[in-house]
Design a protein around this ligand. Structure first.
Ligand code: PLP
Ligand code: SF4
Length: 338
């Protein structure tokens, strides 16, 4: 008799991860103070912040080294003045994704699989993000407007896999995810549900009982593709979160972005693969950053990327070497460079 009352109280209270999500570091000054950095050393771009604000979850900031401007985690989130560099070769929609937006929220670009932009936000703003100029407000339908996208998937039996992407799908509450996953799971030709997420890395508390039970309820196979760029992103809480997903039998993969000055050397990539494997995750893709405006300072040339992965291959078992890929507009899959 008391149960419904209790569950209402529980669902009204924000989860721990939601409290963390509501308390992000969002001002450069606050991050400088938190890390005890010399504010003169690395001016930030106000224009870049206005366009794509600083956003850092505290559990992620806690893994940065105080006083070190070259910290590889800090560099991923710092709105550097270099973002103001104008490069004619960089564009706001380099993949011409706008052309594959079949319905709001749905990209059908590659045969057999579709990608849903399931949530408008991310828990973190990665400065190199290729979707930083994407119009999420137009692409995150509410429950009623998902109907078109769901009907589209249901009417095309060639679609065997649905990828929840974003933003970050795990930035959405469990009740909404449970609903969307169940709708997709009801489509009989869908065999695999894949979640692309950085949340278990940046706020490991996100992997809570509600999420685990929503995934456990699925008939479809569940693949979780994490996004981690550096071994230092994995601490004990992160490995704990990953282990609890792994213990449920889900397939766990990781994609990274190759970033100049952050992970573009052999020992860093090697350590990343080994740390991922130690927590039960296999490397999947290593992306060459796309040609996105304001991200030129992270770019690694194709040639040096290939050299790097070749060198990595010589010292690691094949299953710990990520596939080096880039996206090219008009191709029917990501393009393998090696
Ligand atoms: C990357 C991507 C996929 C998935 O590609 P895989 O090679 O299967 O990982 C699907 N759709 C879109 C639009 C993508 O960008
Ligand atoms: S988590 Fe992914 S989608 Fe979100 S800002 Fe970072 S790279 Fe972009």
């Amino acid at each position: 008799m008391h149960k419904p009352v209790l569950s209402i109280i529980e669902s009204d209270r924000p989860e721990k991860w939601q409290e963390i999500l509501a308390d992000l570091i969002s001002e450069p000054k606050a991050l400088i103070e938190y890390l005890g950095l010399d504010p003169e050393a690395r001016p930030h771009s106000m224009a870049a912040c206005a366009d794509f604000p600083l956003k850092v979850p505290r559990p992620f900031a806690a893994r940065m080294e105080p006083g070190n401007w070259d910290d590889p985690l800090l560099k991923q989130v710092w709105p550097d003045i270099a973002e103001e560099t104008i490069d004619q070769a960089l564009s706001e929609d380099p993949l011409q994704e706008a052309d594959f937006n079949v319905h709001p929220g749905l990209l059908h670009k590659y045969p057999g699989r579709v990608l849903l932009t399931a949530a408008p936000h991310c828990a973190i703003h990665c400065r190199y993000c290729f979707r930083r100029h994407f119009d999420y407000s137009a692409n995150t339908p509410g429950r009623s407007r998902w109907r078109d996208a769901l009907d589209y998937i249901a009417s095309d039996a060639s679609i065997e896999e649905v990828i929840l992407s974003g933003g970050d799908p795990l930035a959405a509450p469990n009740a909404y995810l449970r609903w969307l996953l169940a709708e997709l799971d009801d489509i009989s030709h869908v065999q695999t549900l894949r979640i692309h997420t950085r949340l278990p890395i940046v706020i490991p508390q996100r992997v809570d009982g509600g999420l685990l039970s929503a995934l456990r309820a699925l008939r479809s196979r569940c693949v979780i593709v994490l996004h981690c760029n550096h071994a230092r992103e994995i601490d004990q809480t992160v490995s704990g979160a990953i282990s609890s997903l792994r213990n449920e039998g889900h397939t766990l993969l990781n994609q990274s972005v190759l970033l100049r000055g952050i992970n573009d050397d052999k020992s860093t990539l090697r350590e990343l693969s080994q740390s991922l494997f130690a927590t039960g995750v296999l490397p999947y893709y290593l992306h060459l950053p796309d040609r996105v405006a304001a991200t030129g300072h992270f770019r690694v040339t194709e040639e040096s990327a290939k050299e790097l992965v070749n060198a990595l291959q010589a010292g690691l078992p094949g299953y710990l070497v990520p596939r080096l890929v880039k996206e090219q507009a008009g191709e029917s899959s990501k393009t393998r460079l090696l």
